[in-house]
Write a protein that binds this ligand. Structure first.
Ligand code: ITT
Length: 189
């Protein structure tokens, strides 16, 4: 069965494809001209909205990921606004580091909600994953995408950007959401 991967973010797309490669679904890319406005105020609302609207527009099953970085000292910002925080990954990182200048509390969590919608737009499955970490004072590592160079995971003693793609996939917020999703997939009918 065809499954449209409802993302326009190349970094996310790569990771989503890696989780789904042996799932039995035939993965289809989202048509580029199909853009969904993220009007929700929660990760769950936006993940469901993207999955439902892409399913309805294409007539296929669809999977969407809504994710973001919630920083304790900023009361959870940028959160669902992580993508809209600035115009490029570098500018997003610079803005966050500036907001946290002289801030000792570096605690943060990456959150990921994944939702699968049926061709009629109904949500069939939805899971969430969280990864706790700390915001570094300067970027470290060249891998990954987005905020990866400033997100440090104490258990691994590495930033997301210093991990191999395999290691990031196994411990990340997205990894936790997809592990649960893949466990529940066989029950879908
Ligand atoms: P789609 O909605 O098209 O999937 P997007 O980039 O707009 O793409 P989101 O609205 O979910 O996606 O925004 C999530 C942002 O959070 C993303 O743009 C990154 O800046 C950041 N982000 C999410 N997961 C990340 C990860 O694993 N590593 C680094 N940054 C991440």
């Amino acid at each position: 069965t065809k499954l449209v991967v409802a993302t326009g973010n190349p970094g996310k797309l790569k990771e989503m494809q890696a989780y789904l490669v042996d799932s039995g679904w035939e993965l289809i890319l989202k048509p580029e001209e199909l853009e969904i406005e993220e009007t929700g105020e929660t990760f769950v609302a936006n993940a469901c909205l993207k999955a439902s609207q892409v399913a309805l527009a294409t007539g296929n099953w669809s999977i969407a990921d809504d994710s973001g970085l919630a920083v304790d000292a900023l009361n959870g910002a940028p959160g669902v606004y992580s993508a809209r925080y600035a115009d490029s990954d570098t500018e997003r990182i610079n803005r966050l580091l500036k907001e946290l200048k002289n801030e000792e509390n570096r605690q943060a969590q990456f959150v990921c909600v994944v939702a699968i919608a049926r061709p009629d737009g109904a949500i069939a499955l939805q899971t969430e994953g969280i990864c706790h970490g700390e915001i570094l004072h300067t970027p470290q590592g060249n891998g990954g995408f987005g905020y990866d160079p400033i997100f440090y995971v104490p258990e691994q003693h590495l930033s997301y950007a210093e991990m191999t793609p395999e290691m990031k996939r196994s411990i990340s917020h997205r990894g936790k959401a997809f592990t649960e999703l893949l466990q529940k997939l066989p029950n879908l009918t």
